[in-house]
Design a protein around this ligand. Structure first.
Ligand code: AMP
Ligand code: ZN
Ligand code: FE
Ligand code: FE
Length: 281
């Protein structure tokens, strides 16, 4: 079992890195990718918890924004954690999330909702990358909605009047950065159309020129037609195909390893980083 995309309390997941690694061991996962939003702060605890035959593919899910304002998530894995420019870009993206959250809250208050930045800070672990799921949790504790899911459906989706984007690199910039840092770049759930505006099929060629290594095809937010189109694009452009859970603990319905990456595709992907960076116990 290979699951290359998961989240912890270092961003908007609900398991600590230690709890996640322990669950992966219990479930017999062979390779676990930990990809918190715009941070590598969980890498150390995950590595310290590692034992047995589990291997870690450490990474980050980098928030990107196209020039047309389309939100894209880029999975960077197996890169050098000491790469200065990578550290700087991740930090800048995280920093942009506080003013963005304030703007979303302003809009919600103008819409009559009793919610504040303090409510959001209370709803999130210290040091986590601040995101909409934390706002969703704050809305749940204020009894404005019943669940994270309901918050996204009614108020927080990408086309909602309360949605605000934050400063982020373009997908091509993020890919080039991941490759300069020695890692591999896999575009996350590119056709998750129900979330809002998505890339077009013809956008992928430029991403390949930037150094894209793979496409996440098997993901719960992509239906069979969307997966089929992505498989065709991956074959045409000779890209690795991955599948993953995008596990967020109790924060989302996704269960660990509900979608997986084949051994063959994983080996192909791993061979494209500039050093063997998989962590073994
Ligand atoms: P942000 O990075 O702040 O824009 O928030 C994006 C995060 O919201 C991603 O991690 C998504 O997994 C999460 N998300 C998107 N849609 C939903 C949903 N319907 N329920 C729960 N979380 C969601
Ligand atoms: Zn998330
Ligand atoms: Fe994502
Ligand atoms: Fe994710």
């Amino acid at each position: 079992m290979i699951d290359l995309h998961t989240h912890t309390t270092c961003s908007d997941g609900t398991d600590t890195p230690r709890e996640l690694v322990n669950k992966a061991i219990v479930q017999g996962i062979e390779v676990l990718g930990i990809t918190d939003h715009d941070t590598i702060s969980g890498w150390q605890e995950a590595t310290q918890t590692l034992r047995g035959s589990l291997q870690l593919a450490l990474g980050a899910e980098i928030s990107c924004l196209t020039h047309d304002g389309v939100s894209v998530h880029m999975l960077g894995m197996l890169f050098d954690p000491n790469h200065q420019e990578m550290q700087k870009v991740l930090e800048e993206t995280r920093d942009g999330r506080l003013p963005r959250m304030r703007k979303m809250i302003e809009k919600m208050r103008a819409g009559g909702m009793d919610i504040s930045i303090e409510d959001v800070e209370e709803a999130m672990p210290v040091g986590a990358t601040m995101g909409r799921p934390h706002l969703a949790d704050a809305l749940v504790s204020k009894k404005i909605v019943k669940s994270r899911d309901e918050a996204f459906i009614d108020l927080l989706h990408n086309d909602s009047p309360f949605y605000v984007s934050h400063a982020a690199p373009t997908p091509a910039e993020a890919i080039a950065l991941i490759r300069r840092a020695g890692g591999v770049a896999v575009i996350a759930h590119p056709f998750a159309s129900h979330r809002g505006q998505i890339l077009k099929s013809e956008d992928f060629a430029d991403l390949v020129l930037a150094g894209l290594n793979g496409i996440e095809v098997d993901h719960r937010d992509q239906n069979p037609d969307e997966r089929g189109m992505l498989r065709v694009i991956a074959h045409e452009l000779d890209l690795v195909i991955t599948g993953s859970s995008d596990y967020h603990g109790t924060g989302k319905l996704n269960s660990l390893a509900e979608n997986q990456t084949s051994r063959e595709q994983w080996e192909r992907l791993e061979a494209q980083s500039d050093a063997r960076r998989v962590v073994r116990a």
